[in-house]
Design a protein around this ligand. Sequence first.
Ligand SMILES: [Fe+2]
Length: 398
Amino acid sequence: MSSGAKQHFLKGNNNWLWWPLFPLYPYGSRNTIFSELVPDLVWSFEQLQGLYYVAVPIRMTVVKVPNGLMIINPLPPTKDLVDQLRILEKKHGPVRTIVLPTASGLEHKISMPAMARSFQKAILWVCPGQWSFPLTLPLSWLGFPSSRTRILFADGLPHLTACKWISLGPIDIGLGRFQEVACFHKPSCALLVTDALVGISSNPPEIFDLDPTPLLFHARDEGTQPLKDSPELRNKGWKRLVLFASFLKPSQLQIPSINTVLKNSFKPGLRNFKSHFGIYPFQWQKGWDLSVDQIMGSTKPLLQVAPVIERLVFPRAKNVFLRWLDEIKELEGMKLLVPAHFSAPIIFTKRECVSLRQKINFSRWGPYQDEPSFLGSLDKSLLKLGIVPNDPLNKFKD
Ligand SMILES: [Fe+2]
């Protein structure tokens, strides 16, 4: 969050009744923090989303377009979130467009039908190559209204006077396809991305102020410890959450045996859902925080390719990523980056883009490296099993 940005928690009804469709923490009750990122042009709605208290911020971005508003990466439309959108509509015009710019990010896809029902006149635009798991179903079966759903590029592109759309991918990732379409919003000079780029800061985001439980849960060293709160413990928990989110299984994390986990569980004081009954199947090794500096900025958010994306989507397609950055660096007047996770906005001019490109070009970029050893070995195993392809671009060649 940039200093000085107006932000506040939305108050009122935060129920999300459709949570069993995709049962992620915090399940049926979603708090939202609302911020104006660029006055009268760009707004952020942030919630938490995750598994087993490994919760990270997820963002819906709203931008001003001619005669109204455009929503990118919709979130669960709780009543308080929709009420805030109605306030914006009164000043800036109706929600004209809702965009799902990713083919693979299920966490962004799940709210699209409900948001479409809340804004019945909006046109829906989706990234090409949508797939669902375990079966690929037609969009109309997934709740997308076919009469007002369009495919980006195949059916045109929305708001071309205000936006430039730049595709990253497609890449065949075996189980489906990875593609995300970045939007350069010319009036604000902000580049809106989904999962490919993130900026991570060393302080926990404000969204945890309302309920810091996920931070405090992971700040412990074993399940027998009660959940205590202090700024230091919140920071410790945040570092561990970021390591989880970045590497799925950080190298300094051991998973204890089931006997050890159960021995420490269900102790007095821990027999409640908030403490997950003392079940804490993690054991952090000494020096667990040494790799944190590589992914977290100390004074400002550290800009990076999301490690999970780098290791699992692009290990054999570095050039696709570089070509995407080549296109982005030519965007005239680019100033800010607004990703769908972690900090926003982040300063992002041609200079930052070129230096990120150089860093990626000259760094080792491959499946089997040091800290992300779990991701590397996961990629290696998937490759061996033939689940991910050796040549991820082959399928989409003419
Ligand atoms: Fe995502």
